[in-house]
Design a protein around this ligand. Structure first.
Ligand SMILES: N[C@@H](CCC(=O)N[C@@H](CS)C(=O)NCC(=O)O)C(=O)O
Length: 206
């Protein structure tokens, strides 16, 4: 088996976090290479898509977090075999990926510009995506997004919802999820309590 090196910012969240959790649940050994923002500045141009996370495996360097989620999700028993359930899992992961792009565009902003951009997001894309994901979860039975069990879709949503509820994102009310998408708030608690997820964070000392 080739060695696995996953490179991302030194935060317990963001785009690499679902992959880290999936690798941990699958008992798949990997190098959790955590970098600072200034280190990213130095390595950015050398990455496949000028972005992180990157995955070094099989003598190559690769990007795209959802591809990583699928690849390791399959190995960790966190990705549906059934094509329709896999579609439901993918739709959710790609939706979160969309919304992360909207959010990241606001990261360089300050003051009134940041306030206006975040308020527009909260009333617009965030509300739309939260409501639709809440409806998807309800349609799937209310507990998990696909296959009636934990999949990488649940991990992807969990990480985003935890960020929204953290209060760390200026002008994003920490009760937004509870008001707009209550099932997603419950889902976050459910995923956090999953023994594999809890073990990962215990291992991180969280
Ligand atoms: N679709 C890509 C997006 C990757 C991405 O935009 N990553 C951000 C960090 S979370 C980044 O490296 N941005 C740097 C830049 O755009 O300069 C993925 O899912 O991996």
């Amino acid at each position: 088996m080739s060695t696995i090196k996953l490179t991302y910012f030194d935060i317990d969240g963001g785009r690499a976090e679902p992959t880290r959790i999936a690798l941990s649940i699958g008992g798949i050994e990997f190098e959790d290479h955590r970098i600072s923002f200034s280190e990213f500045g130095q390595m950015r141009a050398g990455t496949p898509f000028n972005a992180v996370p990157t995955l070094e495996i099989n003598d190559g360097v690769y990007g795209q977090s959802n591809a990583m989620n699928r690849y390791f999700g399959k190995q960790a028993g966190l990705y549906p075999v059934d094509p329709w359930q896999a579609f439901l899992c993918d739709e959710v992961m790609d939706a979160v990926e969309d919304v992360l792009h909207f959010l990241v565009r606001t990261f360089g902003m300050e003051g009134d510009e940041l306030k206006a951009a975040r308020e527009k997001l909260v009333d617009g894309a965030f509300t739309t995506y939260l409501k639709t994901l809440n409806a998807r979860l309800e349609a799937a039975g209310g507990e998990y997004f696909a296959d009636g069990r934990l999949t990488v879709a649940d991990l992807k949503v969990f990480v985003w919802i935890r960020a929204l509820k953290s209060g760390f994102l200026d002008y994003v009310p920490s009760d937004l999820v509870d008001r707009v998408a209550p099932l997603l708030a419950q889902h976050m608690e459910r995923v956090a309590a999953n023994p594999g997820v809890a073990a990962y964070y215990e291992g991180r000392g969280k």
